[in-house]
Design a protein around this ligand. Sequence first.
Ligand code: NAD
Length: 501
Amino acid sequence: MAEALMTVTPGNRIAGEDREARSGKTFESRNPARWTDIVGVFPLSDASDIDTAVRAAKAALPGWRSTPWPARGAIILRAAEILEARKEKLARLMTREMGKVLTEARGDVQEAIDMGKFIAAEGRRAFGETVPSELRNKWAMTMRQPLGVVGCITPWNFPIAIPSWKIFPAVMAGNTVVFKPSTDTPLCGLSFVEALEEAGLPKGVINVVFGSGETVGNAIVSHPDVAAIYFTGSGDTGRGIAAECGRMLKRVSLELGGKNGIAVMDDANIDLAVDGALWGAFGTSGQRCTASSRLIVHRAVLESFTQKLLDRARSLRLGYGLDADVDVGPVINARQLARIHSYTTVGIAEGANLALGGEIASDGDLDDGNFYTPTVFTGVKPEMQIAQEEIFGPTTVIMPVDSFDEALQFANSTQYGLSLSIYTNDLRHAFRAMHELEAGIVYVNAPTIGAEIQLPFGGTKNTGNGHREAGGHVLDEFSEWKSIYIDYSGKLQRAQIDTNA
Ligand code: NAD
C-alpha cells in the first residue's frame, strides 16, 4: 500500500503545549531519498524559546524529583510499551525522514524500546550504599540526586535510539529536560517524546525545541539554569560545547566521532569477515559513529578478501529504504553528499586506488535523492586523510598489513577510540586484541557496529570525554551522589579527632 505522504506542522512542545517559535520562522524536514517530499515544517526557534522551555522544565522539577523512583520507572516502562506498539509506524517514519532502510529503522526503534525497559527497572534498583561510620552511634549512607534541568542535543543518524539513551535515564533520575533534536530529523525526535507524554509524563518534564545548533543548541548549553549537557555529534561541535561548559563549570557528556577499523587476520574465516565488513561499512550508508571505515587486512588473505568484498559491494542495491529489495539508502542531505564525494577526490589525490564506486548516483528515481555509491579504496596507508578522517558515508578503505602486531598498530593509529574489531580464530590474537585495542568497544569476529544497551557505550581518545551511555552504570551520568551522616549519639562527635574505639 502506498504511504500517505502528509506534511506535519507541529510546534515546539513546551510544558505539553504546541508553541510556534517566537520569531515565527520555520524550517522544513525533507525525505533524503525523495527530496521533493516534505515530511514536516517546524519552528525555527531562538534563544528566547529556549528560555521559555528552561522555565517550564524548572517549574516541573520539584514535582518530578519528588515523584518516587518506582513511579517514574512505571511511566518509562509504559513509554517503552507505546513505542513497541508503534514500532512499525515509527520505523516507516524514520526511513522517510532519515533514510535508513526499513530493517535498520526497526532496529533503531527497538533500541529505544530496549533502553526504556532497561531503564524503567532502575526505578526499583537505584541503590545507594550504607557505609560504616568511624564513630559510634552514627549512621552513614549515600543516595542519588537529580542534577536539575538538563539539556539533550542529538544528531540525525539514530534519530530515536540516541534521544532514548539520554532522555530515558535523565528523567528516570528525576531531572527535567530541554531536548533539541537535529534539524534533519525533528519529527522522529518529537515522536519519541510523544510516547513519554502519552505514558503519563507530567507536563514540563520534557520540552522539545526545534532549531539550529548554532542558535538553539548554543542557547541550551549557555543557559545558566541548565545544569548538565548530554551531546552526541561531531568533534568540532563537541569541543565548542565542552569549552562553554568548562567555563560555566557544567557537567558535559560528549559522544563524538569515530574512525573504526576491522582487522582481518590470516587465520580468520574470510567469508564471515566479508559479511561483517559489508554490514559495518555500508549499513546506514556508513552514517554510523561506529561504521567500519577502515579494513586492515593481512596480506596473506588480502586478495581473496578484497575480491569477495568488491563482488558483494558491487551488487548492493541503492534506493528508497521503504522498497523491499533496497540494501543501501540515501545519505542525509546534499551537504553531506558533497562532503562524502570530496573525500573520494582527496583519496585519489593522495594516491589510493579507487576500486569501487566513488560516484553520486542519480539514475532514474535516485535523481530526486542524495545517493552515493558504495565506495572502496585499496592500497591505503594509515597516514592518508581518507584513513584518518571521519567521512560518515558509504566509503571504506583497505589497508594491507604483514603481521598481527602491525594490524593492532594500524587499528590504533587514529585520533578516535570508539569501536574496533578483529576477525581471527587464534585465541591468543583475540585476547591480545581485547587488551590492546584502544577503544571503548571491541568486537571479536563481529563488525564494529551492533552495540547492545545493557553494556556501556562510548569511546576513548577524541571520541568523547570519558563518559559512557547505557550499561549498568548509566545512572552515574545522570545523577549525583549525596552523602548523608546521621549522628544519634546525642553529643558532638568529631570525625578524625574523637575516637571511641
Ligand atoms: P553535529 O555536531 O553537526 O550536530 C549534532 C547536534 O548538535 C545537532 O542537533 C546540531 O543541531 C547540534 N549543534 C550543532 N552546532 C551546535 C552548537 N554550536 N551548539 C550546540 N549544539 C549544536 O553532528 P551531526 O552531523 O548531526 O552528526 C554526525 C556526527 O555525530 C558524526 O561525527 C558522528 O560520528 C557523531 N555521532 C557520534 C555518536 C557516538 O555515540 N559517539 C553517535 C552518533 C553520531
